[in-house]
Design a protein around this ligand. Sequence first.
Ligand code: SF4
Length: 165
Amino acid sequence: MKVLVVDPLKCAGGKSCELACSYYRTGKFNIADSRIKVHFFPEDLSFVPTLCMQCKEAYCVQVCPTGALERDASTGVVTLDQDTCIGCKQCIVACPWGSVKLSSDGETVMKCDNCGGDPACVKVCDSGALAYVEIDDAVSHKQRDTADKYAEIARQMSRGGEAHV
Ligand code: SF4
């Protein structure tokens, strides 16, 4: 099973992911219609992309009165059927990530579904902040990153200095 992984430390804030998402979904470049959102924190000039986490405990699915939202058992992705959606917006209220939202014209509920298995945002992210990988690989990368940090701390301490990572 593949997952869309975000590494905020690598995000350069170019927002090409937002443009790619809106174009893939609507045929237009309008970041207001993007399912992924890059947040800017001016205090430390950092950027953090957020998008649907395809939660295992998916509140959006639980509150949807029509069954428009459901999980694809084979991919684990929560999909939204526009034909069944009645626009009640309960899923928008229920999403803890703020990742279910209204389109810019206020007419359509939007959420990320990993573009059906080939996420447009990942393809244009040059900085490597977005990746679409097998879940085991995602875990291995995180373990490796953590090990790197521990190793760096150990190296700094062995040199008698204060540890900074
Ligand atoms: S807005 Fe649509 S998808 Fe969301 S809870 Fe209502 S019917 Fe379901």
